[in-house]
Design a protein around this ligand. Sequence first.
Ligand code: IPM
Ligand code: MN
Length: 372
Amino acid sequence: MQLRLAVLGGDGIGPEVVGQALKCLKAVEETFNHRFIYKKALVGGVAMQKYGTPLPEQTLQLCKDSDAVLYGTSGLPKYDNDPNAKIRPEQGLLQLRKELGLFANIRPVKMFAEVLSHSPLRKDIVSGTDFVIFRELTGGIYFGEKKLSDDGTVASDLCQYSEHEISRIAHLAFKAAKKRRKKLTLVDKANVLETSRLWRRVVTAIGQSYPEVALECLFIDNAAVQLLLRPSNFDVVLADNMFGDMLSDQGSVIIGSQGLLPSASIGEDYSMFEPVHGSFLQAKGKNKANPVASIFSAVMLLDHFGLKEESNAVYAAIRKSFKKKIVTPDILGSSKYGTDYVGDFIASQITDSDDNTNINEYNIGLGKSTII
Ligand code: IPM
Ligand code: MN
């Protein structure tokens, strides 16, 4: 298969972790005889420094001309701490999601037995955790009208959703649940928010077409609690943009490290793959960032294009790095392995391994055929 990939490293540790994902994709090309063409472009703070905008026209165009985007991270602390900043690195990412129509953000949260002791939760609680968050990505409070009164003392952000926006991601979530453990949890705040009540109505109606999937609805505050008490009870979690953002970061911590959680952002025409974690500027250039979330994102990319054997090979190689404790210090404090070494090891296991095909547990229900 030939794939054109736009590579947007972004800020902080982004380029370093994406670099490791590229090593793995190159190993896949070699091993499975594919051809991937990589083209790099600037986005976020680095693009602002060079072009004065976080999403330059040529970057957007490159993404539109590609089959998929491999994204690093965005964000610089100097903007985080400046409430008056007019443009921010994150706007590049948000605009890109909107421009590419990436309405479904899929974030698999799985506790790996090899890193169980690293979870801040008790082993008996977190063991067996394996759920996937379907986060709506191009609507809601993130994209509603923003206002600040002239005197700067009153502000508002509109949270708006249409039936159409809810239904297209709900179908994807139900389809994924059908292929998994057949449970879907809708997370909302329907006791307070009108948008949440719309979500409930639309999702419950769609649920009728998926009788084999059990639907439960939880308020976000309760969901945050349940995620800590009984994370293994969740299978597919469906949430709006804001609630999905919060729950996924919580999810990444309970599985042991923010450096492990990948994501796929899917739309009708485009797809983008990025780690859930932030730009972690303090670690930039220090060769200590965990590349696994980015490499897992490459697994999701391969899966999205139907390259199942290939995605399993990379997945198996990552699992091998866990088993052999070839991990970065966020996973194992005493580890002497850096970003590069871990990336090299995982890539080498893709090329050399003879038992990759034996691990076939990577199933989150992705795949182009699921798009409606
Ligand atoms: C994420 C990030 C982004 C978001 C930021 C960087 C705008 O936190 O992808 O989860 O809130 O969507
Ligand atoms: Mn987030």
